[in-house]
Design a protein around this ligand. Structure first.
Ligand code: ZN
Length: 429
């Protein structure tokens, strides 16, 4: 093959094909944002994706998550909801001729709660485009990426090329709370030579991330009439005391950041979030109980079991509050129970993506550490598969007025398309 002419021409043809279909891509992304795929309510969004994949001629698979089977896996996060009716969707592209390397294009369809809707500028379930940003819950995290996977494939096909290796398009649930969706896809037997996940990562590649644990701590109090309040013991006050003790674990783990490669330069890589609090029965009784739900993170290389043991030890060491009241806590795992991962530097998949990225962006691919959970861990830790978590610029994910940068989506889609062509190889139609 002539060293330059043909690949350059092919690159341009693929990028032009992304541009040509970009309005349709945005329209489909907006349609997907209009399906509020909150936890347990992902069905209609999955229907939409199922149809979109089926129309592309993929071999379709859709199945309900099985908590019993999942619970046999070390990466399982205990679920607090029933998985009845909660499904993953996978569309498989299987070429007649296979010469390249196989690929999983993964994304999660679930979105986090929108919070008080009146605090949004527009409905979180609409998807207006304003000043180059598409708004809406899930726009950035990560429906733009999920849709980019499909349209990147389309662009390769529109350029008159057939990818020459199997590609599995995965739309999974449960990424925001347990990570059981991608885990279920792995258990179902889906593996490949690489996986790409277009999470909103600021046009960069994730080198390392944290693991995450979710747990509930129940704190017991002593109820009494408020007229003799001092004879009782307020469980809600005690829960804050307990949380402050957990902050010491958080502080200790942050002080260890220099022992963890890729985390030294982060200000505060380990964050314990007091996410919810419930307690008491009504205003005129000193609260008898309080429950807090906490999200904690851990460095890659630290097992979830080891981190959990430290948390449980810290809780067990709490015996009294400063007033001498006995504190009794019960801790339960209620979601993520995951380890972080590190993407090995300069692997084949990364090099192929870096080249694609450079062709589109005109600058080298940067990598960085993100101190949150990513489904990439399922593939790296349990599938022995390099995970390229790489996606568009966003703002306010998990916040009000979540939005994704439209031109960034366009460029990322081009990168993914070029990556598909080089990683999977192509034959002309
Ligand atoms: Zn996400």
């Amino acid at each position: 093959m002539n060293a330059h002419q043909t690949p350059t021409h092919q690159t341009q043809t693929i990028c032009d094909a992304v541009d040509a279909a970009f309005d349709a891509q945005l329209a489909f992304t907006a349609e997907l944002v209009r399906h509020p795929s909150l936890r347990t309510q992902e069905g209609s969004a999955q229907d939409l994706l199922y149809t979109a994949m089926q129309q592309r001629g993929f071999e379709m698979d859709r199945w309900e998550l099985d908590a019993v089977q999942l619970s046999e896996h070390i990466g399982y996060g205990p679920t607090t909801v029933s998985y009845e009716g909660m499904t993953n969707v996978v569309g498989a592209y299987r070429p007649a001729i296979q010469i390249g390397r196989s690929l999983i294009l993964n994304g999660h369809v679930d979105v986090v709660p929108e919070g008080p809707e009146e605090s949004w500028s527009h409905s979180p379930w609409d998807a207006p485009i304003i000043d180059g940003w598409m708004y809406g819950r899930g726009s950035g995290d990560m429906k733009a990426g999920l849709v980019a996977n499909l349209f990147a494939f389309d662009a390769v096909r529109a350029a008159g090329l057939l990818p020459a290796a199997p590609i599995f398009f995965q739309s999974v649930v449960e990424e925001e709370c347990t990570g059981n969706g991608s885990l279920s896809a792995l258990q179902r037997g889906y593996t490949a030579d690489a996986v790409l996940i277009p999470e909103p990562e600021e046009d960069m590649l994730v080198r390392a991330n944290t693991g995450v644990i979710w747990f509930t701590v129940r704190v017991a109090g002593q109820p009494t009439h408020p007229r003799e309040m001092k004879s009782g013991f307020n469980a809600i006050d005690a829960a804050y005391f307990v949380m402050n003790k957990l902050r010491r674990v958080e502080e200790r783990w942050n002080s260890q950041k220099n022992e963890h490669q890729y985390f030294q330069n982060l200000d505060h890589p380990i964050n314990f979030n007091l996410g919810t609090i419930r307690g008491g029965d009504w205003p005129s009784s000193v609260p008898a109980w309080c429950e807090i739900e906490v999200r904690a993170s851990l460095y890659p290389g630290v097992t979830a079991e080891a981190a959990w043991s430290e948390i449980c030890e810290a809780l067990a060491a709490i015996d009294q509050d400063p007033a001498g009241n006995t504190i009794h806590t019960t801790a339960t795992r209620t979601g993520f129970f995951s380890e972080g991962y590190v993407l090995e530097e300069d692997g084949d998949a990364e090099r192929a993506l870096a080249k694609a990225h450079e062709n589109v962006f005109g600058s080298p691919l940067k990598s960085f550490t993100t101190p949150g959970y990513l489904d990439g861990r399922v593939f790296v830790l349990y599938g022995n598969t390099p995970a390229l978590v790489y996606g568009p610029i966003s703002e306010a994910i998990h916040g009000y007025d979540e939005r994704v940068d439209i031109e960034s989506v366009r460029r990322i889609t081009k990168s993914i398309a070029l990556f598909i062509a080089s990683w999977c190889g192509t034959v002309t139609e």
